[in-house]
Design a protein around this ligand. Sequence first.
Ligand code: AMP
Length: 582
Amino acid sequence: MEYPIIEKPPIHKMEPRPNLVDYESVRRNFQWEDVKKELDGLPGGGLNIAHEAIDRHTMTQRRGRVALYWEGKSGETETYTFAQLKEETDKFANVLTTLGIRKGDRVFIFMERVPELYIAFFGILKAGAVAGPLFSAFGPEPVRDRLKDSGASVLITQPELRRRISHMLPELPELKHIIVVNKKNRDLYPLQDNDLSYEELMASASPQFRIVHTTRDDPAIMHYTSGTTGKPKGALHIHGAVLGHYITGKWVLDMHDEDIYWCTADPGWVTGTSYGMSAPWTNGISQIIYEGMFRANAWYGMIQKYKVSVWYTAPTAIRMLMKAGEHLPKQYDLSSLRYICSVGEPLNPEAVMWGLKAIGLPIHDNWWQTETGCILIGNYPLMPIRPGSMGKPIPGVSPAILDDNYNVLPSGKEGQLAVKPGWPSMFVTYWKNASLYQSRFKNGWYITGDRANMDKDGYFWFVGRADDVIKTAGHLVGPFEVESVLIEHPAVAEAGVIGKPDPLAYEIVKAFVSLKDGYLQSEALRKEILQFARQRLQSIAPRELDFVPSLPKTRSGKIMRRLLKARELGLPEGDTSTLEDD
Ligand code: AMP
């Protein structure tokens, strides 16, 4: 089906005037150094994301502005002004330095979306350490792998989550301290072993801290991301990334001083830090954090209650809202909304059009990934939308479509989506895996792992992944991580995992397993293996599982997931010349 170009958003929604008015001329004259001038830098020199996001506002009239409106999963509320955030994050930085944390140490966070997560995150940055937020939905295995690989010395968590990983702790000799946040009246668990109480540490910490000197090249944030092979890798980002966060918040998300902003992403995912922490607060605006899970009514209720004006969400959520019905948004007062954006997976053109029909606003798709650190391709308030397209490059960034030899293809041709390196938010390495990092660059280009094409007017269109990585409800899942757990089940001989297309989640994780001799296929065994995986992996566990007599493999023994997928979908099997003979 052909979708009409949306020339302009509805005119009454064009107030205030968008920040990026003349895209072409800004792009022509753009220099990253000009962005730096809109930031402050540390007093006495240097750069630290926490200073740009929090401290600098306390020296202005924004000091008393609410930076964070928090709504807990049971309806509790808290608010924090920029001045209060400064005090809390100063205290937490003092807590960490007293514990011996030094510049460059890794401090990880395994928490639900409570204000203490945000306080801890910026406290870590102030202490000069590297912050590693993890999804609270992770099972023990993913948490262990990430803590082990990063060599994290402190973990900040909550009682229930701490219990989930207790049995893994002996495998983490580098983890020296566990700080447990026990929000009032929530948990009755006593502290375990040598755990430290967040509340007690904060009660005696000084509310003043001088940010440890960092420069734009110093590491700040680590997000684990998945590839086709091996365990997840820690993509390392530096303080200089704040330039990208800030300017894309201003231009792509069109943040204005008076906005109430809501980014629905969890900080376990890069969107939840770049756009759920850094971008709104470096732009000095108020944001809401909702701890609860997705429920269509609750989400519309949040927009109505807090008068959200700019909303950044993801395609799976939009498809779930579509499923909940077009009548539902009409039952709420959503008139505060003026701009909606989405990221993380392909946004169906139907979803863009649904936004217009159900809420009166189109949804602006944009593209980026953990490694890129900030939005690189997007739709902008004043640019016509071509539904189904990710939009055009941000000023200061040059993507292109390459052929298999890494040469630039003309417009209209499908190929590998690549970007010329050099923007400040770009990752600087994969933790302890410099060779893999190097392998992402070819012929002077950063190879994204996505396939796409660009039309003659410069709009980019997503085609698919070039590898076996799975995107499910916005999460990137490495098949290897899931397969490794499946084969630990006593009945499983081999496992292959693919992304199976799904109308809501884009893809779901589907596993194929062959059984060891002596085990018989049965419904009970299928359920048992799925349950086994769910306990270990939780949010990234397979949803479906099929038994197969054997898995297709290359002669060198690699599982051919591509073939499993083609067979599952009834598609042509393609080149099978490397297939091992049965
Ligand atoms: P992550 O690193 O988890 O954020 O995942 C990045 C990947 O998500 C990209 O390489 C794409 O495969 C996919 N992705 C992100 N944004 C979009 C988008 N707007 N359209 C299509 N795919 C997207």
